[in-house]
Ligand binder design. Structure first.
Ligand SMILES: Cc1cc2nc3c(=O)[nH]c(=O)nc-3n(C[C@H](O)[C@H](O)[C@H](O)COP(=O)(O)OP(=O)(O)OC[C@H]3O[C@@H](n4cnc5c(N)ncnc54)[C@H](O)[C@@H]3O)c2cc1C
Length: 464
């Protein structure tokens, strides 16, 4: 039987929660740590879509919840530079973040990550940068270690084995409320009404739990600011078109400022030889992508995302993103797919037109349709402009056969007000990872977990 009082309770078993637990228990600190995870254990994380079936709206979605969090089925591109994947450096300082990334990278290697790092040799991207600039694009270099979806699962398994017996892990347990008294955290209450007390609580609920966390923060009277929402599409094209870039740097980080609206548009999560996949946020179906370590697929996919920050009086970017994605869900019963040529010709794609296309969709679940009925004008125009610019760098990107899947939405919105130790305005209540709007990727979310653990260890007199 589980005890009910702990030193530290961690909400969420994604990379942030797992790395927090690894660090808390690393030096046999004898702290009692409980991880509460809403989703299922790793071995039960079977998605009907991956089995050739249809999305049945599992609640919670097994692709993004459960042991390993959204990281388990991610593409596993570990960004080894501080420039991407979040704003953790604003809290820790850049030097400290560099050192945290190096440290977490060692854990990933220990758990079996491949040793190869893409884009690390100095100077190799010089030519690409020059050609990108000539195409009106900004090429941002970044060292990437690619785990692949298969590698991610192995790493999640290894992390579980490392922690089993050292911390208590309760999957299938949703935290409903964070409990406080006199401005200090006292524990949590689960959806089943169980209460657990703790001296420290680390909330690491990821993107899927960000709305819940923002709601809790609001209820506790904390300052929460709405950030930007990134809305766009996933592009799929023949792997050969992007091969020069993906072979050299694996993931090309390209930025473009649209001529029409001066919006910032970027490539995101490039999956060479990968597959387009679905994400389900509490019933809202959106698109994503992943690839395996030894991926051999014929297509490459990546997202083109338009960043938008809202100004007063509107402060609900998550709702805005949800509404746009729900239009695609309404029209297509999920994700829509369209050939670029159909989009620019002002007609929907049909199964027949897709059939005649050069690029065969890797996501069979997507419904052929018309994205111009879904995406706002400025988003669509910006995406079309960026495809044109990318075509100068990699001829073939702007082909009429290129596929666009929509909608891809990144809910980075609510940023919880925290200090440099990621402590909220409630004493001993810390946040980590994507859920608090601080990080946006595997490496920084892992690093944020370690950072919080070190703060707690230090306060407990067990620090460095
Ligand atoms: C398809 C896909 C591909 C991706 N590819 C990459 C990539 O290549 N590189 C990269 O850097 N990033 C990638 N990401 C993003 C990366 O997975 C996330 O940035 C990372 O997982 C965030 O870690 P986290 O611990 O903050 O949150 P999560 O991994 O989301 O984990 C949070 C956990 O908290 C649980 N939870 C939420 N609310 C509660 C609650 N109330 N009670 C209990 N538990 C709760 C959730 O079930 C979840 O398991 C990808 C994401 C997806 C979905």
């Amino acid at each position: 039987m589980k005890r009910t009082d702990y030193d530290v309770i961690i909400i969420g078993a994604g990379p942030a929660g797992i790395f927090c637990a690894l660090e808390l228990t690393r030096r046999d600190s004898d702290l009692n740590v409980l991880i509460l995870e809403r989703g299922v254990p790793l071995e039960n994380r079977i998605c009907p879509v991956d089995q050739g079936g249809s999305c049945v709206n599992c609640n919670p979605c097994r692709n993004i919840t459960g042991w390993g969090g959204a990281g388990a089925f991610s593409d596993g591109k570990l960004t080894l530079t501080t420039e991407f994947g979040g704003a953790l450096a604003d809290y820790t300082g850049r030097k400290e973040l560099e050192s945290l990334i190096e440290y977490c990278d060692q854990w990933y290697l220990h758990f079996g990550a491949p040793r190869k790092v893409y884009g690390a040799e100095p100077g190799m991207d010089r030519d690409l940068r020059r050609r990108a600039a000539a195409a009106d694009l900004i090429f941002v270099p970044a060292g990437i270690r690619h785990l692949g979806t298969d590698g991610c699962l192995e790493i999640c398994r290894a992390a579980y084995d490392e922690l089993a017996g050292r911390v208590e892990i309760a999957t299938g347990t949703t935290v409903q409320q964070i409990c406080t008294a006199a401005g200090e955290v006292t524990g949590v209450r689960t959806a089943e009404g169980e209460e657990f007390s703790a001296r420290y609580v680390v909330a690491a609920p990821g993107r899927s739990g960000s709305e819940w966390l923002a709601g809790e923060a609001g209820r506790m009277g904390m300052d929460v600011s709405s950030g930007s929402v990134d809305i766009g599409v996933r592009i799929e094209l023949p792997a050969l078109v992007m091969e020069e870039i993906t072979e050299a740097v694996y993931e090309s980080k390209l930025l473009y400022y649209s001529k029409s609206f001066d919006d910032r548009i970027r490539t995101f999560c490039m999956c060479p030889h990968g597959e387009v996949s679905l994400e389900n946020f509490d019933g809202l179906v959106t698109v994503n992508g992943h690839s395996y370590q030894e991926a051999t697929g014929e297509n490459t996919n990546f997202a083109l995302l338009v960043s938008k920050t809202f100004t007063r009086p509107f402060n609900e970017p998550i709702r805005y993103g949800r509404n746009i994605a729900s239009l695609a869900n309404m029209l297509g019963g999920g994700v829509l797919v369209q050939r670029l040529g159909d989009l620019t010709a002002g007609r929907r794609s049909t199964p027949g037109r897709l059939q005649r296309g050069v690029v065969k969709p890797t996501l069979s679940e997507a419904t052929p349709g018309d994205l111009s009925l879904v995406l706002p004008y400025r988003h669509l125009l910006g995406i079309l402009e960026m495809l044109e610019a990318m075509d100068t760098l990699c001829p073939g990107v702007n082909s009429r056969h290129t596929l666009l899947y929509g909608v891809e939405v990144k809910f980075y919105s609510s940023v919880i007000d925290v200090d440099h130790s990621l402590q909220t305005q409630v004493e001993n209540l810390h946040v980590a990872g994507d859920g608090a709007g601080i990080t946006h990727g595997l490496m920084q979310s892992s690093a944020s977990g370690v950072h919080v653990a070190r703060v707690i260890l230090h306060r407990e007199g067990r620090g460095r």
